[in-house]
Design a protein around this ligand. Structure first.
Ligand code: TRP
Length: 340
């Protein structure tokens, strides 16, 4: 059997972020910043996964605003819509259609083993809907529609990528080669940003406000939150994620944002005390966010241009996605219809 190939000379990368809350410094360091770094070497597809967002209750007006806001943030961090495909998932109906077909080759058993489903259904016990259960199938559809080679995933999404691979392989063996089986993209040691208040936990927008930095926080707010960040009582500045998670978190934020090795950051802060460490961390964050926030303000103020970019992105995405979808429909035995 001939392996599925695509004509693009570059490897295809797909990633998506849910428009389900403010974006944090964790999203920037863990995802958005890398999206930009991948843009030239890969054929990148970056999606606003709004259909995933409604697996938990959303306010419609807020969701609508957050979709545009997230798209604006993609552009504000420097993604170029001429290079990367940027669009909203719900604008390309192929995602929902392929998800249905893939649902029919996915087992209840494997979906019920998903840790994220177990966690989310514990958290939203009043709304354990079928969409929450089949969430990974929609994610598989996102990825497989574009014959994606690589998916940049954090630890929390590894299991979803695994099931995507299983679904792809199963479909390919039942119906004949149809999908590239994607792999995880493991970037250069991407540091995980931890909560400012509980530095052994990942920074998360669903935790209280003072635990995370929003990408839209003003300099004053950044300073206040960093100043209040939990450290320890040992007063020595060194990286030790086990013993000194709070201090280590601040050190690695500075290191990543200033693009300076951890050792040299640590060396340069000797004798500065935790006050100095926090000032340096806040400076690094503020300096990073300033140009992003300025770009964001410019982009979000011009809704017509933003909408135009998303419309074009959706059209281009649909053309690509439909090639896969049409083939899949043929393979599963749907009768051809009039469309050329
Ligand atoms: N489930 C991902 C998350 O919550 C978002 C997502 C949806 C995604 N579809 C995707 C990520 C496809 C990568 C590829 O983070």
């Amino acid at each position: 059997m001939q392996a599925e190939t695509h004509t693009s000379p570059k490897k295809i990368i797909f990633s998506g972020i849910q428009p389900s809350g403010v974006l944090t410094l964790g999203n920037y360091i863990g995802a958005l910043r890398n999206f930009k770094l991948l843009e030239d070497a890969y054929d990148c597809i970056y999606c606003v996964v709004d259909m995933h967002a409604i697996t938990v209750k959303q306010n419609a007006a807020e969701l609508r605003a957050r979709c545009l806001s997230l798209a604006a943030m993609y552009l504000a961090v420097g993604l170029d819509p001429k290079k990367s495909l940027i669009f909203c998932q719900s604008h390309v109906s192929a995602h929902a259609e392929l998800a249905w077909i893939l649902n029919c080759v996915t087992y209840m058993g494997e979906l019920s083993r998903m840790t994220q489903f177990k966690e989310k259904s514990a958290k939203h016990h009043d709304n354990i809907n079928a969409g929450l259960f089949t969430y990974p199938v929609l994610m598989a559809a996102d990825i497989l529609l574009y014959q994606t080679d690589l998916v940049p995933v954090g630890a929390d999404q590894k299991q979803h990528l695994e099931i995507t691979r299983d679904i792809a392989q199963r479909f390919n063996s039942q119906y004949g080669q149809s999908f590239v089986v994607p792999e995880a993209y493991i970037g250069k040691v991407g540091s995980r940003v931890m909560s400012l208040q509980e530095p052994t936990r990942k920074m998360s927008k669903s935790d209280p406000e003072d635990t995370y930095i929003s990408l839209l926080d003003s300099p004053e707010v950044v300073r206040r939150k960093v100043k209040r960040a939990v450290t320890d009582s040992d007063a020595s500045i060194r990286f030790d994620a086990e013993e000194k998670p709070g201090v280590s978190n601040l050190l690695s934020i500075i290191s990543v944002l200033m693009d300076e090795p951890l050792e040299s950051v640590t060396d340069s802060l000797q004798g500065e005390g935790y006050g100095g460490l926090k000032t340096r961390a806040a400076d690094a964050i503020i300096e990073t966010l300033a140009p992003i926030q300025a770009e964001y303000a410019r982009i979000i103020a011009d809704k017509a241009t933003l909408q135009g970019i998303l419309d074009e992105g959706a059209q281009a995405a649909a053309r690509r996605a439909n090639r896969t979808l049409d083939k899949v429909k043929r393979k599963v035995g749907f009768a051809p219809h009039g469309k050329a």
